[in-house]
Design a binder for this molecule. Structure first.
Ligand SMILES: Cc1cc2nc3c(=O)[nH]c(=O)nc-3n(C[C@H](O)[C@H](O)[C@H](O)COP(=O)(O)O)c2cc1C
Length: 156
């Protein structure tokens, strides 16, 4: 039987709600990509050139540490991976996640929430960081429809 993981990063709770709804709908395990050091409101201020998020996103080699690894990633065939769009792409901590495991042959399905930007640029970046996975088309999920989309994507 296919075992599914919904892995997500969420700085202010929007993506978390979507991820939880999805995990319930497709009976998947849920894993939060928790930063070793939580983001404060000041860290998330994209109008501040010196905020933590701005500095991280300006440095493509930045890999913020994750608090806890996934328990036995081997058991999962399909991973739905969710995140907020930051500066049109995925937050750097998602790159940390992608580079922490061997996803060869596993199916990865991205989803995102945003203030309006699309997921296209992030999808391209995700593939560059993890070329060995089998990537399915991603989806921006602002608002409703997460459960139905996830079911369709995993063929449930
Ligand atoms: C540092 C930062 C950069 C962001 N950049 C974008 C962006 O480029 N385009 C966009 O539409 N929204 C952007 N947003 C808004 C978030 O994508 C949006 O609020 C998202 O739903 C937050 O999800 P979360 O609560 O799971 O963290 C940005 C937010 C932050 C904190």
């Amino acid at each position: 039987m296919k075992k599914i993981l919904v892995a997500y990063f969420s700085a202010s709770g929007v993506t978390a709600r979507t991820a939880k709804e999805m995990a319930k709908a497709v009976k998947a395990d849920l894993y939060e990509i928790c930063p070793a050091e939580a983001y404060t409101d000041a860290d998330l201020n994209w109008m501040d050139k010196n905020s933590r998020s701005t500095l991280e996103m300006n440095d493509s080699s930045c890999r913020p540490a994750i608090a806890q690894p996934v328990k036995d990633m081997e058991q999962y065939d399909t991973i739905l991976i969710g995140f907020p769009i930051w500066w049109y792409v995925e937050p750097r901590i998602v790159d940390t996640f992608l580079e922490s495991y061997d996803f060869s042959g596993k199916t990865l399905i991205p989803f995102a929430t945003s203030g309006g930007s699309g997921i296209g640029k992030a999808e391209k970046s995700l593939k560059e960081h993890c070329p060995n996975a089998v990537w399915k088309k991603g989806q921006l999920l602002n608002g409703t429809g997460a459960a139905e989309w996830a079911k369709r994507m995993i063929g449930a």
